[in-house]
Design a protein around this ligand. Structure first.
Ligand SMILES: [Zn+2]
Length: 186
């Protein structure tokens, strides 16, 4: 039995990403299914993540075949991103299907998107950053609030700013033209 007084106090932070480390070498069954619920803690625990808030469910299926592991991911939920139009936070729905092909080899190499190599000695693949990248890829390039849901104070300010900028630009006249104009007048 685990002494919770000692152990469990530290466990949550330490093991935040621990469950995302998959022991491929130790996989006995042909197919293993894993389920994850991602929340703000997941993004906080990831080093260098641009996203901070989200609630997503990820189903992972790992199929072991001759010398290869085929990982399939289904990700569903939403993340908080800033709206392109008004810059306020907005909820972006996410639904993504991705897969990874993994083999055991001499040393770990995750550079090749087509085929990931995991060191045979270790035999463990950390899928946390892959899941994060799948979420990032599922965010559309242009993401805006539903019509009428933008922060109007902000969009009006931004419109004023861009109007002011374009009228400033109109006032700038090519110096060669003014020189020419002067020449004609003289
Ligand atoms: Zn907006």
């Amino acid at each position: 039995m685990v002494n919770c007084q000692l152990f469990c106090t530290f466990a949550p932070q330490m093991s935040e990403l621990e469950t995302y480390r998959i022991d491929l070498k130790g996989q006995k069954d042909e197919v293993v299914n894993l389920e994850y619920d991602l929340n703000d803690g997941f993004f906080a625990a990831l080093d260098g993540a641009q996203l901070e808030h989200g609630a997503l469910h990820v189903s992972v299926s790992i199929r072991k075949t001759a010398g290869l592991f085929e990982l399939r991911f289904h990700t569903e939920g939403e993340v908080t991103v800033s709206c392109d139009l008004c810059l306020d936070d907005m909820q972006q729905p996410i639904s993504a299907d991705n897969s990874l092909l993994v083999k055991l080899g001499a040393e770990t190499n995750t550079e090749d998107d087509e085929l990931i190599t995991v060191s045979e000695n270790d035999g463990v693949l950390d899928i946390s950053w892959f899941i994060y990248e799948f979420v990032m890829l599922a965010i559309p390039i242009k993401h805006v609030h539903a019509p009428g849901k933008c922060n109007h104070v902000m969009t009006e300010k931004l419109e004023e700013l861009s109007a002011a900028r374009s009228s400033d630009e109109a006032k700038v006249v090519d110096p060669r033209w003014s020189a020419l104009e002067k020449l004609i007048k003289d």
